[in-house]
Every structure is written in structure tokens, then in C-alpha cells.
Design a protein around this ligand. Structure first.
Ligand code: 13P
Length: 340
């Protein structure tokens, strides 16, 4: 393990004013997004779409890392350049999703455990050869009646830590992602309790497995009301509670915290991040974004599967990247949206 290399990679991923583009949708997820817009779900369309994203000129101004899916890291842009190489030359660190998805947790109806540890050492070695310098593993925690169970929380934290140790052994920075889903009617206090426990158990397990905390990036969900809650907390409360949770659980030596968007609208995700960075609280880690939908959905809609729309879609993508890059500094304002 080369700790200096891990630290350098992590620093580049979450450099000031930059965040991470999560473009690692699995086939089923990517196809679901295409289907919703009436775009044909072919391998070439998935390639062309990702081509549009990575060739957007100026992407590296606001994006420090991009997470690819297994299919994409083996594909090339139209001019024959492998996606990972294209990203690297744009100043964006290429990364790879390595988990095999969240599966039903035995004996725990309604709960999930993420799989993919078997053979991971060998897969990581191959991904390193293909250019990946960081990886992602997403754990899913559902809030509902009587859940999450301690068993679900513990199993997911343990899997995340074993994944992280394998990544660091391969000189790949692990993004550790304990996602507490926003789905449900729960209030923000319940979101806080579940998220804090998820993060607390995660850092216990990371330490237990000997993971070097200077060489990871945490990708948490925000502390936020359930999407169907009767009364949803406002921007300031989400920002305050999320920061309180992170300050209670995340050691100061962690280089970066990069949020997922988790179904928030584009403006909500940007606004929350901006509020946290604009509160005047001195934070020990970079606090930024690793958004999937909140960076891509508007651009995908404009692209619509047509090469004639590429330039327009790239403009939309770059605007979202810029707004979030500014939010990572606490310098975003809604007037920036008008450029759309
Ligand atoms: P969203 O921002 O769409 O939640 O996706 C981020 C991600 O990478 C989930 O694993």
C-alpha cells in the first residue's frame, strides 16, 4: 500500500471547488433512466451517452473524479480513446464502481446487504491496469417500520470496511458509501439517528480492518426528512443536522466527504451543499458532492439519445457541475441558474 499515492488521489478527487461525477449506473439503472425518457436501451446508446459526459470541455474545472461502470471503463470515446484516459487528460481521476449491488439480507425482510467481496482483489488489480485510481461501494440502509435492524447496519459497515481494505492494498482510494435512503415518511430526527449510527459503526469497522482513514473518501447521504414526510425540514435545518452528524462521527484526518444526491432535485442538492459550506463552520475535511442524478438528469433529458443534442446537453451538464463546484465553496447563488 502506498499511502502517499492514496492521499494524493483523494486530494485530487475533492480538490477545492471540485466534486465527483457519479456516472456508474449499472445496466438496469441506466436502462431505467433511458426508458423513462424513451431512449433505446442499447450498449451503443450507453456508450454515446457517457461519451457526451466525459468529452464536455471544461469538465475538469469542477469535477475532480468520475465513477465509471464496468462496461464503460472498457469502452472508448468516438475518437477511440479509452474513457479512463480521456478523463485523465481532462484532469479528472477515473474511478470504478466495484460492488455487485444490494441484495435481500437473509432473515431481514425489507433490508439489503451489498455483495461483491468474492474475487474483489483480482477485479481491483484489473481495474488498476485499466486506469482506475479510486473505487465505490454503496451500502443501502432503509428506514421503515422497525428497520433498519442492527444486523443490517452492522453487516453493511463490515462489508464496506473489508472492501476498503482491499482497495487500499491495491493503491485504489475507496469511496465508502453508507446510503440511508430518503424514501419514507420519517422525520429528520429519525434520519439523524439512523445516519449517525451508520457512520459510527462504519468508522469502527474501518479502524477494525486497519483501513488508513487519510486514504478514503466518505460518501454519505444528507440528514433529511423522508421524501413522503408530512413536514419536510428546510434547507438550513438539513445543513445544520447533516453537519452535526458528520462532526460527531467523521475523524478529522479523512480528506473528503462527498454527498450523494439520493433523489433530491438538482437545486435542492446544490442548495443544501452550499448552505453547509456557507455556515462559517471550520470543517476538517473537504465537503463536496458526488452526485449522480443531480448532475446528470437535466443533461440526459436534453441529450435524448441524439448526437445532434450533444453540445446542448454538455452545456447543461457543465452548468450543474459549476453550480455544485461553487456550492462546494459556499459561493453558489440561485442567480447562477439563470445561465440555463
Ligand atoms: P445519486 O446522486 O443519484 O444518489 O447517485 C449517487 C450514487 O453514486 C449512488 O451510489
Amino acid at each position: 500500500m502506498n499511502i502517499e499515492q492514496l492521499k494524493e488521489t483523494a486530494a485530487a478527487m475533492v480538490a477545492p471547488g471540485k466534486g465527483i461525477l457519479a456516472m456508474d449506473e449499472s445496466h438496469p439503472t441506466c436502462n431505467k433512466r433511458f426508458d423513462a425518457l424513451g431512449i433505446a436501451t442499447t450498449e451503443e446508446n450507453r456508450r454515446a451517452y457517457r461519451d457526451m459526459l466525459v468529452t464536455a470541455s471544461g469538465l475538469g474545472d469542477y469535477i475532480g473524479g468520475a465513477i465509471l461502470f464496468d462496461e464503460t471503463i472498457r469502452q472508448q470515446t468516438l475518437d477511440g480513446t479509452p474513457f479512463a484516459e480521456k478523463l485523465r487528460s481532462a484532469g479528472v481521476v477515473p474511478g470504478i464502481k466495484v460492488d455487485k449491488g444490494a441484495k435481500v439480507l437473509a432473515g431481514h425482510p425489507g433490508e439489503k446487504i451489498t455483495e461483491g467481496l468474492d474475487g474483489l482483489r483480482e477485479r481491483l488489480a484489473e481495474y488498476y491496469e485499466l486506469g482506475a485510481r479510486f473505487a465505490k461501494w454503496r451500502a443501502v440502509i432503509t428506514i421503515g417500520d422497525g428497520i433498519p435492524s442492527r444486523a443490517c447496519q452492522a453487516a453493511n459497515a463490515h462489508a464496506l470496511a473489508r472492501y476498503a481494505a482491499l482497495c487500499q492494498e491495491a493503491n485504489i482510494v475507496p469511496i465508502v458509501e453508507p446510503e440511508v435512503l430518503m424514501d419514507g415518511t420519517h422525520d429528520i430526527a429519525r434520519s439523524y439517528a439512523v445516519t449517525e449510527l451508520a457512520q459510527r459503526l462504519l468508522f469502527d469497522e474501518l479502524r477494525g480492518q486497519g483501513v488508513v482513514l487519510e486514504g478514503i473518501v466518505l460518501k454519505p447521504s444528507m440528514v433529511i426528512s423522508g421524501s413522503d414526510a408530512k413536514q419536510r425540514a428546510g434547507v438550513d435545518e438539513v445543513a445544520r443536522e447533516t453537519l452535526r452528524c458528520l462532526l460527531n462521527t467523521v475523524p478529522a484526518c479523512v480528506p473528503g466527504v462527498a454527498f450523494l444526491s439520493g433523489g433530491q432535485s438538482d437545486e435542492e442538492a446544490t442548495g443544501h451543499l452550499n448552505a453547509m459550506n456557507g455556515m462559517g463552520v471550520a470543517l476538517p475535511w473537504a465537503l463536496t458532492f458526488s452526485y449522480g442524478r443531480a448532475l446528470q438528469q437535466a443533461a440526459m433529458q436534453v441529450w435524448d439519445g441524439k448526437s445532434a443534442n450533444v453540445a446542448k446537453a454538455q452545456k447543461v451538464l457543465l452548468l450543474r457541475a459549476k453550480c455544485n463546484g461553487y456550492a462546494a465553496r459556499g459561493e453558489y447563488s440561485e442567480s447562477m441558474e439563470a445561465a440555463a
